[in-house]
Structures are given as structure tokens and as C-alpha cells.
Design a protein around this ligand. Structure first.
Ligand code: F6R
Length: 240
């Protein structure tokens, strides 16, 4: 794993954007794996700005999101589809049919999981995956205890994850209890992974990722076995 140390969130976003833009320019048909949450918001802002100023094109880019809440339609302001449209997809020249987020309001979430995994395989997998990390070590919504062998699946969110995400909802009760997430194996198939870690609330997670045991109780630990992972971490996350 390569670690890039930066001062703060803005510098993290800037560095991540430089890397993304370089990759997209070198491979205009790149398959991007996208994440939601606070960590990549600054990156997406930079990508939009760059598109407007330098016209980096996304015409042939395909995107695949990590996860979606079960029970929320893409029009729901708290759905990850909505988040992605607002933060990035509506603001660059992506062909909307090339953007993929698991469907959260489907009648058959189990079938949606196999369909999504199939979709990833049909398109040759993700070239560059962006990740954030939960303070409990989750990546995507793969909560502690998720099998390292997992493909896209349904997960019950832990109380700590629901509490952490309640900031986007009006109350904790509104946060869905389940989600569809790419599995650990689906994520590990990405050719390259970029993990963004910012803020002192992520200090413990980062040190466990770097120094703890590699096991399913801390899902992100598997990243230590991936051949091409870059972490961009700020001073607050790195601590003293
Ligand atoms: C988001 C996702 C999650 C987040 C993680 C960190 O699609 O899959 O794993 O990356 O919960 O969230 P933030 O960035 O809000 O701290």
C-alpha cells in the first residue's frame, strides 16, 4: 500500500482529483468505482470544476457505485443514486445509461445483487475504485464479520453505521436498516483502489488498517493484500 500524507481534507481532495483526471485522460473508457459519504465530496467537486474548465470528457466513462440503501428509490434525496447525480453525474458529460448504482427500491433485492455482480463482470470490472472507510473498518457497506469471499449482497447495517449516517437524515429512525453492497471480493477485483481518509474520527480506523490483524472483523484490513492500493490520509487522520 502506498500512503500519501496531506495536510487536510482539501489537499486530499485535490490529490485524489489529480490522480482521477490523469487516469481518465489516459483511458477515456475507464470503469470508475464510486463511493458516497463525506470523504469523496471534495473530490467530486474538483472533478466537476475540472470538467467545466478543462473539458475532461466522461463520454465513454462507466461508473459503478458501491452501495445503495434498501427501500429508497433513486429519487429519494437520501438515496445514493440521488447523491451521485447531485454531486457528480449530473454535472459532467457522462451518458446516464453508463452510470450504475444498485436499485434500492426493487421488489427482489436478492436478484438485484446477482444482477449487479453480473453487470460488473460483463463490463470487465472496475479499473479504479474510490473508497472511504467506516470507523468500524467497513468498506462499501461490508460491516465487520462480512466474509472476505462475498460478492454483491444484502447487509444489515450496524447501529454505529446508522448513527454515523443519521447526519444526512432528519432522524435516526429514518436511516434504512439494510443496504445492497458490493462484496469484499467484488471490491478486491478492482485493478486499482484509492482510499480517502480524513479527520480525527478516522484515526483509530487508519491505525488498525495499517497495523492490525488482517481478518473479517475489520473488513478494510483485506486491502493490505491488494497489489495496488493508494491511501490519501490527512494529518488529523494520521494523528501524531
Ligand atoms: C459509501 C460507503 C461507505 C463510506 C464510509 C465512510 O458509499 O460505501 O463505506 O465510504 O462509511 O463514510 P464517510 O466518507 O461519510 O466518512
Amino acid at each position: 500500500m502506498k500512503i500519501i500524507k496531506v495536510k487536510n481534507y482539501d489537499e486530499m481532495s485535490q490529490k485524489a482529483a489529480e490522480m482521477f483526471i490523469g487516469k481518465i485522460r489516459r483511458n477515456p473508457e475507464i470503469n470508475l468505482g464510486l463511493a458516497t459519504g463525506g470523504s469523496p465530496v471534495g473530490l467530486y467537486k474538483q472533478l466537476v470544476q475540472d470538467h467545466q474548465t478543462n473539458h475532461t470528457s466522461y463520454k465513454k466513462v462507466k461508473t459503478f457505485n458501491l452501495d445503495e440503501y434498501i427501500g429508497l428509490s433513486g429519487e429519494h434525496p437520501n438515496s445514493y443514486r440521488y447523491f451521485m447525480n447531485e454531486q457528480l453525474l449530473n454535472h459532467v458529460d457522462l451518458n446516464k445509461s453508463n452510470t450504475h448504482v444498485p436499485l434500492g427500491d426493487t421488489e427482489n433485492p436478492g436478484q438485484q445483487c446477482s444482477h449487479y455482480e453480473q453487470l460488473l463482470k460483463e463490463h470487465g470490472g472496475v479499473d479504479l475504485q474510490i473508497l472511504g472507510i467506516g470507523s468500524n473498518g467497513h468498506i462499501g457497506f461490508n460491516e465487520p464479520g462480512t466474509s472476505f469471499q462475498s460478492e454483491t449482497h444484502i447487509i444489515e447495517l450496524t447501529p454505529s453505521t446508522r448513527e454515523a449516517n443519521a447526519r444526512f437524515f432528519t432522524s435516526l429512525e429514518e436511516v434504512p436498516t439494510h443496504a445492497i453492497t458490493m462484496g469484499i471480493t467484488s471490491i478486491m477485483r478492482s485493478k486499482e483502489i484509492l482510499l480517502l481518509i480524513s479527520g480525527d474520527s478516522k484515526q483509530d480506523a487508519l491505525s488498525q488498517l495499517l497495523q492490525g490483524a488482517i481478518n473479517e472483523n475489520f473488513p478494510a484490513s483485506i486491502l493490505r493484500t491488494h497489489p495496488c492500493v493508494t491511501i490519501i490520509a490527512d494529518e488529523a487522520a494520521l494523528g501524531k
